[in-house]
Design a protein around this ligand. Structure first.
Ligand SMILES: CC(C)(COP(=O)(O)OP(=O)(O)OC[C@H]1O[C@@H](n2cnc3c(N)ncnc32)[C@H](O)[C@@H]1OP(=O)(O)O)[C@@H](O)C(=O)NCCC(=O)NCCS
Length: 162
């Protein structure tokens, strides 16, 4: 019912990054507009200049070929580290699925397939950052991620690949 493609438009990654950051349903007024967030490095570093060496993304499409979710990873320099940074050679994952498509296996499909890619590229590990109370943690644990650090209500998780 859903299929994956590695042909990605950065605009769709921006939209999914927005879903990932605002994983909690806050109501629209409390969310700053995407255009404003794109000016902020803590947000923009996950997609800005997409297409760097090592950048890897998968998009899930519905039967009308519309994007419903995406998962991607990229590495960061220590002086431009993301929230889930562990090391410069361990890419950090971002993932988001549109609200109406959650809980139907899209996230598992995306993340499982992204992990297969990471293994195929001989990466040592993957990392991510997740809010302590985000139910997404269960998905990450099912796929083998373990907690390696926590602070300020968010947890860094790591999946060893070697
Ligand atoms: C996390 C997310 C990508 C998972 O994708 P999905 O298609 O919903 O996942 P699946 O249907 O394959 O797997 C279900 C698991 O996803 C998580 N999940 C399901 N609905 C969710 C929701 N509304 N919010 C967050 N996580 C959810 C749970 O871990 C769930 O496991 P469970 O069945 O044991 O409760 C998706 O729910 C989402 O975009 N959530 C909001 C954004 C977010 O939290 N991104 C990650 C930030 S670290």
């Amino acid at each position: 019912m859903f299929r994956l493609t590695s042909r990605v438009e950065p605009d769709f990654l921006w939209a999914m990054l927005y879903e990932a950051v605002f994983w909690r349903d806050l109501g629209e007024e409390e969310r700053p507009p995407l255009a404003e967030l794109r000016e902020q490095r803590w947000f923009a570093r996950y997609v800005d200049g997409w297409g760097r060496a090592g950048d890897t993304a998968l998009v899930a499409l519905d039967r009308n070929n519309e994007g419903v979710g995406a998962a991607w990873y990229r590495t960061f320099a220590p002086d431009d580290a993301g929230f889930g940074f562990i090391d410069a050679d361990i890419p950090e994952i971002s993932i988001g699925v549109y609200g109406e498509f959650r809980g139907r296996g899209v996230g598992s499909l995306l993340l499982g397939s992204l992990i297969v890619r990471a293994r195929a590229h001989d990466l040592p590990a993957l990392s991510l950052s997740v809010a302590a109370e985000n139910p997404a943690r269960r998905l990450y644990e099912r796929l083998g991620f373990v907690d390696v650090a926590d602070g300020d209500g968010s947890i860094t998780m790591r999946l060893d690949l070697q």
